[in-house]
Design a protein around this ligand. Structure first.
Ligand SMILES: NC(=O)c1ccc[n+]([C@@H]2O[C@H](COP(=O)([O-])OP(=O)(O)OC[C@H]3O[C@@H](n4cnc5c(N)ncnc54)[C@H](O)[C@@H]3O)[C@@H](O)[C@H]2O)c1
Length: 254
């Protein structure tokens, strides 16, 4: 699908993967709306690129719809990329003290990392469905972000792994559901990507993960995620698939 002439929302658009995607889609000619809760960074990025920022909480229907409406005011919405992220609770299923992992932490992690992805997916799909079909009936593309932890979660990561596994599980059925509308759904499952999410520990993590990654021997780059997102959008035959972006890394148990 051609990117020029379409609008796009990037949820979590000021984060590591999100910002790189915003920049890439903007450079490719999309009318991009940065949708995030980080107003300071969002406004800064939008003003640098001359694009729009909308305060957007991925967990809220009203909020996501406001970002969608902003995008639709610029051009038909055909692209939705969700890269939102934040802290996830974890811990061993049964702690050293014998206590079971807290139910509340599981619920909030699933709410943030799975239910909110579903929220963005469903609202984006309904909005893209209103755009006029292009060649072969194509209306648009939705890109979700999972993690390789959705396949091989590490010790202490159960809630996050369960949520990401849910995103993986939604992908094919969403693509099937949306096929009559000409909307594709693809999920990217990154391995370890060096983003601001890691804060001050980024250098240490690079030293820790680098040697463990078969090739290239380094963490991934946000620009590599953005490059894949653009390829997914442009390649009409990619649909219902989860693409690992991990340098052949398979997470060990810990
Ligand atoms: N970086 C990695 O190594 C890696 C690996 C696998 C998967 N992922 C996944 O990729 C996604 C992005 O990761 P990142 O490294 O870019 O993180 P990041 O922390 O750099 O970016 C996340 C962005 O989401 C925004 N955000 C937080 N709460 C939000 C909300 N309620 N609604 C909308 N936006 C919200 C933050 O403000 C931030 O800009 C996450 O889902 C993460 O689980 C990252």
């Amino acid at each position: 699908m051609q990117i020029t002439g379409s609008s796009a929302i990037v949820v979590g658009g000021t984060g590591g993967l999100g910002e790189a995607t915003v920049r890439r889609l903007h450079a490719a000619g999309a009318q991009v709306v940065v949708a995030d809760v980080n107003d300071e960074k969002g406004k800064e990025l939008a003003s640098e690129l001359g694009i729009r920022y909308v305060h957007t909480d991925a967990t809220s229907e009203e909020s996501v719809n406001a970002a969608i409406a902003e995008a639709q005011s610029l051009a038909p919405l055909r692209i939705s990329v969700d890269t939102h992220g934040g802290p996830a609770t974890g811990g061993r299923l049964v702690g050293k003290d014998g206590a079971p992992l807290a139910l509340e932490g599981f619920r909030t992690t699933v709410e943030f990392y799975l239910t909110a992805v579903f929220n963005v997916l469903r609202l984006s799909a309904a909005a893209i469905a209103k755009s006029e079909p292009l060649e072969e009936g194509a209306r648009g593309v939705i890109v979700n972000t999972a993690s390789i932890a959705g396949y091989e979660g590490q010790i202490g990561q159960l809630p996050y792994s369960a949520a990401k596994g849910g995103v993986i599980g939604m992908t094919l059925v969403a693509a099937r559901d949306l096929s009559p509308l000409g909307i594709r759904v693809v999920t990217i499952a990154p391995g370890t990507v060096n983003t601001p999410a890691y804060g001050k520990s980024a250098d240490q993590l690079e030293k820790y993960w680098g040697p463990q990654i078969p090739f290239p021997k380094r963490m991934g780059r946000s620009t590599e995620y953005a490059q894949l997102a653009q390829s997914i959008i442009e390649n009409d035959y990619l649909n219902g698939e989860i693409i690992r972006l991990d340098g052949a890394l398979r997470f060990p148990p810990k």
